[in-house]
Design a protein around this ligand. Structure first.
Ligand code: HEM
Length: 501
């Protein structure tokens, strides 16, 4: 046929066909040298990307079995994810600088912060630097507040008659979330704002809205600003929390103007650390402080609530751990009272929680990073700039080579005599990545561990727990890389006879 006889529609069809043949079958992909779990071709990888939504665990286990000590890739709906296996390559990631692989850019891309909170939060994540310098060192001075808030929160969330052996049945996740969000609010914004129920619920709501913003990844870039307003309520939540936070910020700024930076009665909380550590004091606006607080809240409350839900399920289904932990806690409190130091020494409780995170944890991968400059692993594999990179945490956490009887929950597997050289929950290793690893390792982990240990000790001392219907442990849900404890699972609480605290 003479090409000049083709209509414009035929030309368009031909051009598009050639384009897709080139794109899907001929064009070399910069990750072609990395083996794939699932389909590699552009066309069929779509089906593997769909499978990733519910079969992340099976996919990472397959990648671990086929390519131990190497990297493999899996297709996601919007891109590819490179996953490394084995301690050597995890160590490469751990050592790498932010100039090459960035957690901040990974998380802000995953949840598209640019279109919800604005680009400033990832361009200048000063709140992370402040957390790193202030949070861990302030857990001890703030411990009395944390403990007080925890006891109040349990009393409210687990409503039991003051006497008697009546059981109450409660949703494990929602109960954990209520308690954790109250403790976090006390630590982050202090009294009286932390007692404002509207504020607390908005913080919980904000974290759910941030999760929803993942959907923006599937929109063309020009539609994302609009999508950020249509598909999430983040802008509205920021406005509402700002209204509640404004008087607090204004009062603190006023006190500072009147009495200087260390004014009498100044609260020791996240808001004060942000005000003090702001890199540009003249930009300490309610909006900026509110956004940073919401981001820290996001990093903090669902992670900790999920960890506690897992631990509650483990406790309720493995009652044989209760008595030894009770004895440990009671002996410590009797000798030293209930202090931060006492909580640190609860080594059985620490081991139980570390095991709970090893066994279930937050995700099947950890150390999520965006590759900013071509990054070469020690086995010579080059991960090109622009790629998404993670470490296969689920598989190593369940590998017999790293954990004897890895498929059995062994609550005291990490306990060492007197706690000496005990692998502690907050300390990452190349085969324990619940809090990530390397420079971006979770800056909230020392607070999270103190909070979780205190909460678990409080439950063990004050309640008997069991699962509703005495059933099996509620099953996790796997969504993309996330491991989500059953949100509908219910736990029964009864006041323990002769409660100690
Ligand atoms: C059990 C509870 C928690 C778990 C399992 C957890 C887990 C993690 C993980 C896996 C990371 C990524 C680290 C990496 O990739 O190397 C991370 C980062 C982070 N976490 Fe946590 N976290 C928890 C609690 C908290 C709490 C309570 C806070 C705040 C008080 C917090 C604040 C953060 C922040 C701000 C980052 C980002 C660090 C950065 O950008 O460099 N987390 N967390």
């Amino acid at each position: 046929m003479d090409p000049s006889e083709l209509s414009w529609k035929q030309w368009l069809f031909l051009t598009l066909t050639l384009y897709f043949i080139y794109k899907w079958f001929l064009k070399r992909h910069p990750l072609d040298h990395i083996p794939t779990i699932g389909y590699s071709s552009h066309l069929f990888s779509f089906f593997s990307a769909i499978r990733w939504i519910w079969a992340g665990k099976e996919i990472v286990l397959e990648g671990y079995a086929k390519y131990p000590d190497r990297a493999f890739k899996v297709p996601l709906l919007e891109s590819w994810l490179v996953i490394v296996n084995g301690p050597k390559l995890v160590d490469d990631m751990r050592r790498a600088s932010e100039e090459y692989i960035s957690f901040t850019r990974s998380i802000s891309g995953f949840f598209q912060f640019d279109y919800t909170f604005g680009p400033q939060v990832s361009r200048d994540p000063y709140h992370i630097h402040i957390l790193r310098s202030q949070l861990a060192r302030n857990v001890e001075p703030c411990f009395e507040d944390i403990k007080e808030e925890m006891v109040l929160a349990f009393d409210k969330a687990v409503p039991l008659p003051s006497q008697g052996e009546e059981w109450v049945t409660l949703p494990a996740y929602d109960t954990s979330l209520e308690i954790v969000s109250k403790i976090s609010a006390r630590f982050f914004v202090g009294l009286p704002l932390c007692e404002n129920e509207e504020y607390r619920l908005l913080c919980v709501h904000a974290t759910m809205e941030i999760v929803k913003s993942r959907i923006l990844n599937f929109l063309p870039v020009f539609l994302r600003p609009l999508g950020g307003r249509i598909f999430t309520d983040i802008h509205g939540t920021v406005e509402r929390t700002k209204r509640l936070m404004a008087p607090l910020v204004e009062e603190r700024l006023k006190q500072e103007r009147l009495h200087g930076r260390d004014w009498p009665g100044k609260p020791n909380d996240l808001l004060s650390w942000l005000l003090d550590g702001h890199p540009r004091p003249e930009e300490r606006t309610v909006h900026d402080l509110d956004v940073r607080t919401l981001l820290v809240t996001f990093a903090s409350i669902h992670t900790t609530s999920q960890a506690f839900t897992h631990a509650l399920y483990d406790l309720a289904t493995k009652p044989e751990y209760i008595q030894p932990m009770r004895e440990e806690i009671e002996a410590l409190i009797e000798n030293q009272g209930w202090t931060k130091n006492t909580v640190t020494k609860m080594y059985k409780v620490d081991s139980f929680l570390r095991e709970s995170q090893r066994f279930d944890g937050m995700a099947v991968v950890s150390l999520g990073r965006k590759v900013l400059k071509d990054f070469t692993l020690s086995d010579g594999t080059c991960i090109p700039a622009g790629s998404s990179l993670s470490a296969n945490s689920w598989s190593v956490h369940h590998d017999e080579a790293h954990y004897a009887n890895a498929h059995v929950f062994d609550g005291f597997r990490f306990v060492r005599e007197g706690g000496l050289k005990q692998p502690l929950m907050a300390i990452p290793t190349l085969d324990y990545m619940a809090f990530g690893h390397g420079r971006p390792t979770c800056p909230g982990r020392f607070f999270a561990v103190t909070e979780l240990k205190s909460m678990l000790a409080h439950v063990i001392l004050n309640y008997d727990v069991r699962l509703e219907n005495g059933g099996p442990r509620p099953a996790n849900m796997f969504i993309e890389s996330s491991v989500v404890p059953d949100r509908n699972g219910r736990v029964m609480f009864r006041r323990r006879k002769a409660a100690a605290a």
